[in-house]
Design a binder for this molecule. Sequence first.
Ligand code: NG6
Ligand code: CA
Length: 517
Amino acid sequence: MRDFIKLLALILLITVSCKDSNKPKEGVTKKKKPNIVLIYADDLGYADLGSYGATGVRTPAIDHLANNGLKLTDAHCSAATCSPSRYSLLTGSYAFRNNAAVLPGDAPLLIDPQKGTLPSMLQKAGYKTAVVGKWHLGLGRGDVDWNGAIKPGPLEVGFDYSFIIPATGDRVPCVFVENHHVVGLDKEDPITVSYGKPIGNDPTGMSNPEGLKQGADRQHSETIVNGISRIGYMSGGNTARWKDEDFADILTDKAKNFISENKKDPFFLFFSFHDIHVPRIPHPRFVGASEMGPRGDAIVQMDWCTGQIMNTLKEHGLDENTLVIFTSDNGPVLDDGYVDQSVEKIGKHNPSGPFRGGKYSAYESGTRVPTIVYWPKQVKPQESKALLTQVDLYMSLAQLVGQNVGANDAPDSFNHLDAWLGKNKTGRTTMLEEAYTIALREGNWKYIHPAEEGYSTWVEDVKNIESGLSLEEQLYNLSEDIGEQINLSKEYPERVQKMKAKIAKIQQEGTRPGLTD
Ligand code: NG6
Ligand code: CA
């Protein structure tokens, strides 16, 4: 009997100590941190999803997130074009502070590797971080050698892994870059890239328009890769050149692999779609999937990619404790340089919904984008009118993961985590919108700063989008005039002065620390 009791005590002791050793303190804390997946569409308009009013295209996977998560109706990207918007998202700093504009494909890295970034902040908090998809924030120091180690780039600003389209689908070089190297490059066939002067012997859209899969305007008529003419010239790198039709499958596979390989750690995945940017060349299985031609088919493809990511999270049992944010980098555009029937086949669909303008525009449609937060464990299904901007994701996610942010980092980013999680409905009281001019929201008031004398009208002339540019001051009351039609600047001169002064203050001083938004 005594031996039996001794044995029992021994078994108990072993069991208890085994349990203890299974629970290293750090591991437990680590596990509790939610994974973060930021699904970032390109040029997707406010009403391009079924859940936001789309007609002519179905988006069941994304609608599922909207219907079972937080559907935001007044959330904004920081700017009305890609590079400025992404710069703000990743640095928590307005693009004008760094003169950020749409970058050519050979531009140097726009982000200062010495400064904190959203992914480097998450790395410090114990996250494994990755960017998969469109980058468009520059690479190297201005003399990038596509045949060697390409840096600095994503890995130098906080990502542990990167698999990127260097700039855009419509810009050379048309190759993927994984970490520091071009994927599938044959060293005997080196890549050269030029913006401006023609190089190499590849056909261009101008010299050989007869073989093109899609016609294009003059700007998109340089080197032909995969039957599509691009902005810029490239030669060499033939084994590495991409096929646009495979973007969705390749990028989704890379994103899925990253999730599987890091399922034990908290991870941050920035899944940055090429869709629905031009050239819109979806995989053949999506051709005809919408009623709107390639632009609608690209939306269906993007919805499929989103569903794949959600399935992968589920398969690994990660769906409950992963914060998924779905949004877009700027507002919608139909004809953005390629002959893809986006205008002809639009039917009754209105990608801007009730808002004026679109991509490139200072009107609401430039930056008000579909924004969904899905996190079954923490976020109740609901709709929220909170005024939010992506520049705040840096500080809000820092709050979520309990990470301090240095006083010199993320100067324009504020913590609005509660509004991002649907726990309050207020969000920001004032908010900057960047386009070819600057606009400011104060509650439902919207002020658009006058454009510079002699401003370009190419957005109107070429894109058929109202840019919001004018030599006049503009003031709109969105609570009565959501379509920004009635300029009230003459009726409310004091409000105009106040909002103008606020913009000047933000421009001169920065906003954080010491100030509230
Ligand atoms: C513009 C391109 C447009 C698109 C855009 C960037 C021309 C005439 N147009 O300059 O096709 O590439 O840049 O889009 O060159 S964004 O979504 O990356 O900002
Ligand atoms: Ca874009």
